[in-house]
Structures are given as C-alpha cells and as structure tokens.
Design a protein around this ligand. Structure first.
Ligand code: NAD
Length: 505
C-alpha cells in the first residue's frame, strides 16, 4: 500500500487472517488439547487471529516425526542433487510470494513494509545460497600417511535439530537457520516466537508446497518454557540453534546440558557506533540514524550507543535532532513509513520506562512526535538520549527500541575503553577517514562484527555472531554448515600391511 491509500484500504490491510495451526509430519493440525493463544496486531492492539498452542505432547510428536524422517524417510538417504532441488524450490516460492510474506510480517510485528519486503527477498537468498554452498563447499579433508593409510573426513548431518527464534525479524532469522539445517540433510523443528507466528506458518506452507517429504520440517507454535522447554530437553534432538535474549540463552544452555546438546547462541547487543572528528559526517549521520531507527529499533546489531568526538559533537547532534523530528512514523503497511509500532504493549512499556530512567539519570531527551491518530498502537517516537554517560543503565542494558544514547569522547583510548565497558560484544561501527586509526580501533573493540565507514550490510559468506554475553558460536557462511549443522567423522583406511602388535600370539 502506498502513502496515498484510502482509509478503507488501510483498514482492510489490518483485518484478520485465518487462524494458524501447527505443522507436524506434513500436516497442519490443531493442538491435541485444543489450546490456542491470541495473536495481536501491534498497530491496533486488536486481535489478528488465534494460534494453535503446542505443548509437550505436540512437541514430542513433532520430534518423533522428524526422527523418523531422518532415520527412515527419504531425506537422510536422498541424493544431494535431489535434496537441493527442494531447497531451491523453497527459495523460488518465497520469491513468488514476497508481497504476501511482507504483508504478514508487517501485520504481525509492526515492522515497516518497505523493510519486510527486503527481508523476505533476503530470506529466499538464504535458501539458494545454502543449496549452492553445501553442494560446492561441504568437503572433507584427506591425509595420506606414507603408503600405509589414508585418513579422510566426511561431514554428516546431526539428525533432528531444534531452531528457536525471536520476533524481531522473524522470517529472515528463521530462514537463516532452516536453510543450512535442511541443506546439510538434517530434519527440523522450528519453535517460532509466540509474538510473531504468522510468517513461520507461511514458511510451513511454502515448504509443504515445495513438496518436502513429511516430517522433514515441522513448526510447533507455543511458549518458551513449555514448547521451547520440551524441545530443548528432548533426548532425540541433537542440537539447538537459538536467537534471542541473553538470559533465555543461559536457561537454554542449562536445560540442554542433561542431554549434552550442541548449542549455538545468538544473543543481545549494545553496540557502539564511533564517530571521529575526521569522519565523513553526512554518511556517518545516515548510518547512525538507520542503524538505530530501522526495524523500529528492535534490532540486535543496532547502534544503541553513539560516541561522538567532542570537536564534532554539537554539529552532529544538531543534525541528529533535525533528522529525528523528520522520521516518518506511521502505519507499517504504508510504503513510506520509516518507523512503526513496537511488537507488544509490554515491550512498549519497557522501552518507555528506559526513557524515564534516562531522564532520572540526567539525560536530555529529544524525541519525534507520534501523530494523535496512531495512539492505539505501540508507538515509541524516535528518541535521543543526550549527555549520556557510558556507565548509565541506559548505556549498559539492551533497550531494544528506537532509542539512541549519545556519549561524548576525546581520545581514541577513552572511546575504546568505553565501547568495551559493557557486557555485550555483538557489533561495532567505526567512522573515520584515517585508515590506520580505523583498523586499530576496529581491532580493539570487543565484538564479533565490526564495520568501518559502513552501515550494517553483510555478505552471506561471512560469519555472523557475537562475543562476551552476545553469544557463542557463529552462524552464516560456511561456519553454519561446518561448525554447527554437521559433525565431522574421520575414516581411517589401511592401504598397506602396517604393523599390528601381536598380543597373546
Ligand atoms: P526471547 O529470548 O524472549 O525469546 C526468543 C525465543 O526463545 C522465543 O521463541 C521464545 O518463546 C523462546 N524461549 C523463551 N524462553 C525459553 C525457554 N526457557 N526454553 C526454550 N525457549 C524459550 O527473545 P525475544 O524477545 O524474542 O527477542 C529479542 C532478543 O533477541 C534481543 O535480546 C535481541 O538482541 C536478540 N536477538 C539477537 C540476534 C543475534 O543474532 N545475536 C538477532 C536477533 C535478535
């Protein structure tokens, strides 16, 4: 819908969609108990539909189906080329249905539709990319030992893997896990976030349409402790790939210990963006604004802490203020909207509370204005916390909303020290025209991913993930397929008559 849409069209874009079922063993089913939960639209806070709620029984059934599909079904024994046809087909269907996916994602999450369209295209690319990568790059090693042995490795799928995902960019993040998991030959249970179930259901429909055999891909909607908890503790699930809050990650690691699961943790962030006085200030400004206000500020790699060199601080802040006042707050279905409502009322209250805390801690608050007609939604205006100090709560805790803390610095050493004085280590952004400084600072900042004079763009071939409390392990590129979704097996072959000790002869 464009910005000229009539009120009727706008209303139609927010009407209900069908109730959502679980997808288990190739079928869309209700939960056994008939339990379901309400799914709300963050723009109106009205109900969109009801979602079937999976609990222990449904999760056990999904794991059983996935195990069977892996051990006895065609998936485990399928020729690689045939399996990749399914993966490419999934990507093709996503491409055909981008508009539908973007609509559902924006309806469910409040993310602006111009952004969910791009994310959906990226999701299709995740499948094409992993089909290509597994076919061309998932190789082993081989070591001939003189004329006696050859040792070689093969990378085998793990079996049933559990994927637990958040609500902030649901479809893209889900496909990011599902694509390498399936391409490497695993079978999958996806437990999407309870606040954003629509596009996970859409993915189930797409996988179904692509003809993927029953049990290979399952979606069990439900809550963290019940549906998620059962998946994490299940002895037949070999690995859990999790993206979400750091505290949830620690619980999942503990709960997966009894069954010795492999886990991958993509967790929270509080990433610094550093602007030196020799930087291209206009580009740094564009990047700083985009980095915190895109995705409604609900972005793990957002630059929630912006460090400004004292020589350019005042002029930069003046420009920040103008831009913040101009950000287009509106209906997520409107193509021109830049900032939509937050995911739910509870999160909206949490973000508002942090703005109050910032005020109490001594920050000057500068905000855009939410138009009166949007008051039914969970809108927090784009917000600057000026005169922030790095040890304030608002600079140490993840707010996960459109809130930028602005901190002054003078020396390289001082800004590196402040950038690192935080529990998280996901991302960082450095803006300077001094090449040596750029590399030095990028190396010194404790984070899994650093960008120099660039916003948050990434090539699918490189690793994604954080250090410190931002995660364990890396996804993306060949890391996902070599280090997580497969297990290396070593095969030793004797090709000569090597010496064998003659015990008891
Ligand atoms: P969350 O931790 O509340 O929930 C994530 C998922 O975990 C949901 O599906 C939830 O149902 C499930 N869950 C909750 N408790 C569980 C339990 N005990 N056992 C098993 N599963 C459980 O996170 P959220 O609020 O949905 O997402 C926001 C968070 O995700 C932010 O902290 C953000 O930084 C982080 N995130 C990180 C990355 C990254 O790549 N590092 C990317 C996106 C989001």
């Amino acid at each position: 819908m464009n910005s000229q849409a009539t009120d009727k069209q706008k209303e139609a874009a927010h009407t209900q969609v069908d109730d959502v079922k679980l997808y288990i063993n190739g079928q869309f089913v209700d939960s056994k108990s008939g339990a379901s939960f309400e799914n709300k639209n963050p723009f109106t806070n009205k109900s969109i539909n009801r979602i079937a709620e999976g609990r222990e029984e449904e999760m056990n059934e999904a794991v059983k189906a996935a195990k069977q599909a892996f051990e006895q079904g065609p998936w485990g024994n399928m020729k690689m080329e045939e399996r990749m046809k399914y993966i490419h087909r999934i990507a093709d269907i996503i491409d055909e249905e981008i508009e539908d996916i973007a609509f559902l994602e924006s309806l469910d999450t409040g993310l602006p539709i111009s952004q969910t369209r791009k994310q959906s295209a990226r999701a299709a690319e995740n499948f094409h990319f992993y089909a290509r990568m597994v076919q061309t790059k998932l190789h082993g090693e081989s070591y001939p030992m003189d004329d006696e042995f050859i040792n070689y490795t093969v990378h085998e799928p793990l079996g049933v893997v559990g994927l637990i995902t958040p609500w902030n960019a649901p479809f893209m993040l889900e496909t990011w896990k599902v694509a390498p998991a399936l391409a490497t030959g695993n079978t999958v249970i996806l437990k999407p976030a309870e606040l954003s179930p629509l596009t996970a259901n859409k993915l189930a429909e797409i996988v179904h349409k692509a003809g993927v055999p029953a049990g290979v891909f399952n979606v069990v909607h439900g809550f963290g402790e019940t549906a998620g908890g059962t998946l994490v503790a299940h002895p037949d699930v070999k690995a859990i790939s999790f993206t979400g809050e750091t505290t949830t990650g620690t619980i999942i690691i503990k709960n997966s210990a009894d069954t010795l699961k492999k886990t991958s943790m993509e967790l929270g962030g509080k990433s610094p963006l550093i602007v030196f006085d020799d930087a291209d200030l206009d580009r740094a400004l564009d990047a700083a604004i985009w980095g915190i206000f895109s995705f409604n500020g609900e972005r793990c790699t957002s630059n929630s802490r912006v460090f400004l060199h004292k020589n350019i601080k005042d002029q930069f802040i003046e420009k920040l203020k103008k831009r913040v006042a101009n950000i287009k707050i509106g209906d997520p279905m409107d193509s021109s909207t830049e900032l939509g409502p937050l995911i739910e009322t509870e999160h909206f209250n949490k973000v508002k509370k942090y703005i109050e805390i910032a005020q109490q801690e001594g920050c000057e608050i500068v905000q855009g204005v939410v138009p009166e007609e949007l008051k039914a939604g969970n809108f927090v205006p784009p917000t600057l916390l000026l005169n922030a100090k790095n040890d304030m709560r608002v600079c140490q805790e993840e707010i996960f909303g459109p809130v930028m803390a602005v901190i002054e610095f003078e020396t390289d050493e001082e800004v590196i020290q402040m950038a690192n004085d935080v529990r998280y280590g996901l991302a960082g952004f450095v803006w300077t025209s001094d090449l040596k400084r750029a590399h030095r600072v990028a190396k010194a900042v404790e984070a899994g991913m650093l960008w120099i004079n660039a916003q948050n763009v990434r090539d699918l071939r490189i690793p994604f993930g954080g250090t410190k409390d931002s995660g364990i392990g890396r996804e993306g590129g060949h890391y996902a397929i070599f280090e997580f979704y497969t297990e290396p097996k070593v095969i030793h072959v004797a090709i000569g008559d090597h010496h064998i000790p003659q015990f008891g002869k």
